[in-house]
Design a protein around this ligand. Structure first.
Ligand SMILES: [Zn+2]
Length: 493
């Protein structure tokens, strides 16, 4: 192996140093780089392509279900932010302010949006006159800024992050609930069908819901290092924003009524979860559904076989491209096949086709799966069908591995020692009966930095809130008081 290909490779180990390993994969697979200001990153073309993959899927589903895209200003006047008191209290410590424009001091400070309810809601109020204007469904793809003083972790922790934020208004609470479940279902679908990551659906405990919300629902994904990632959230805001911003409408009986609103968002943290879940010590691993290049063809030739091998490879590349696959033919002269293999492994191309003189002679193709190097030889004739089958197999391998990790890592515990010991030893989720008191979460958090990441819901969906199921035992796993809820503790990102 040349020195160059060693430099290319990942040096840290995922199991021993997941944090360092993650940072190395992000940089060496050319997804992102650190910006000169702490807390900010530069998203490179290969990283942005992944974000676009998520956008394409979600944006299509949003539009199929009645959502229109809009764009609101980056800045929110302070007086607008103050109209809904929970938002101010919830976000105040993290808001970045603009106080000066050019050389002039501004009369009113402008917040760089931490979330856009406070600038969108007043316009929703303007646009909502009658029940015929409802439901009103808006979405914007943008970035927001939350000035957190934590270490930068590309896609997981940055002061500015890309996301989409949906904002809707409805005539009834039932309508708002249906909206909340539709969006949570779409988030679940993007994780499970595009990113190959199974998720748990549930709600956040009362003390951890979105500022101003009645209920915050969430999809949570378990990372291989045993920590939970909040994958996306969908909030029923009840009438708090509608009241603060006068979103009212005239109903069928000519009565003026207050609307119900929701908001819901998925950020590029989904990319963090994607990278963290599937990648390995050789670099990035991507499911074919989102990989910008799904198939790479590496021709292997000697001088006397070069023309035949290249022609055969080009034909296959054309045929696969025509069949709709994202294909790259790596016919670079200056690199040897070993170097190319390493590079494409590092970059996470799901399927590699190797073509040498033997393949040409036997009218075959050698196929290698990125996740586990499984190799098989297929006939040239049905190449598009074979590639399709192999890509599907690769997706299933990734999903099944993630599902196994999730299933193995939900454990029950019934005392503080048990909760602490189980999370300390295995990570993952610990399911326990809970009395509902935040103090019980604090007691665990203080000792092991694990918190209640979600509570399961039964009968979720439809037009109601869904109930947290009754625990089998009725004593809180922390304090022993009567408990009628279930909570999932975990360390989280
Ligand atoms: Zn308790």
């Amino acid at each position: 192996m040349s020195d160059e290909s060693q430099e290319l490779g990942i040096t840290e180990s995922k199991s021993h140093k997941p944090g360092e390993w993650y940072a190395e994969v992000v940089q060496k697979a050319n997804l992102a780089d650190y910006a000169p200001m702490g807390g900010f990153i530069v998203t490179k073309p290969r990283g942005y392509a992944l974000w676009e993959g998520i956008q394409d899927a979600l944006d299509g589903w949003f539009k199929e279900t009645g959502v229109d895209n809009v764009y609101f200003p980056l800045f929110i006047p302070e007086s607008f932010l103050e109209r809904e008191k929970d938002i101010v209290e919830g976000f105040d410590p993290e808001v970045a302010w603009v106080t000066q424009g050019g050389h002039e001091e501004l009369e009113e400070r402008l917040a760089v949006r931490p979330t856009s309810e406070s600038i969108i809601a007043p316009f929703m109020a303007d646009w909502t006159r009658s029940h015929r204007d409802l439901p009103l469904r808006l979405n914007q793809w943008c970035s927001v800024v939350r000035w957190e003083a934590t270490e930068t972790k590309p896609f997981f922790r940055t002061k500015e992050f890309m996301w989409q934020e949906g904002h809707t208004a409805h005539a009834s609470n039932e309508g708002a609930w249906e909206e909340v479940w539709t969006r949570l279902g779409q988030y679940e679908r993007v994780y499970e069908d595009v990113l190959a990551i199974p998720v748990l659906r549930g709600k956040k405990p009362e003390h951890d819901k979105f500022p101003g919300a009645d209920t915050t629902t969430t999809v949570e994904a378990l990372m291989p290092d045993g920590k939970s990632v909040q994958g996306a959230t969908s909030h029923n805001l009840g009438q708090s924003f509608a009241e603060a911003f006068d979103i009212t409408f005239v109903d069928e009986d000519e009565e003026e009524r207050t609307a119900y609103t929701t908001s819901w968002g998925l950020s590029w943290r989904a990319l963090g979860a994607l990278i963290m879940t599937h990648s390995d010590d050789q670099g990035l691993v991507l499911p074919p559904t989102i990989a910008p290049t799904q198939v790479v063809i590496v021709p292997i030739w000697q001088e006397d076989t070069k023309d035949d091998v290249l022609e055969y490879s080009e034909n296959i590349a054309d045929e696969l491209e025509d069949a709709g696959f994202r294909v790259e033919l790596d016919d670079r002269d200056e690199r040897n096949p070993g170097f190319k293999f390493n590079e494409h492994e590092l970059n996470g191309i799901p399927l590699r086709l190797e073509i040498g003189p033997y393949e040409v002679e036997d009218e075959e193709v050698t196929m290698v799966h990125r996740p586990d190097n499984e190799e098989s030889v297929e006939d040239r004739e049905d190449i598009a069908d074979s590639v399709d089958d192999h890509l599907e197999e690769i997706y299933d391998k990734l999903y099944d591995a993630a599902e196994e990790t999730l299933e193995e890592n939900v454990r029950e515990a019934h005392s503080p020692e048990d909760i602490l010991g189980t999370i300390g030893k295995h990570g993952g989720y610990v399911k326990t009966p809970w009395c509902g008191d935040e103090a019980c979460e604090e007691a665990i958090k203080e000792k092991i930095a694990a918190e209640i990441v979600m509570q399961p819901l039964e009968d979720e969906g439809g037009s109601t809130a869904g109930e947290v199921p009754e625990p089998e035992r009725d004593e809180c796993g922390v304090c022993g008081d009567p408990a009628d809820e279930i909570a999932y503790f975990a360390k989280s990102y």
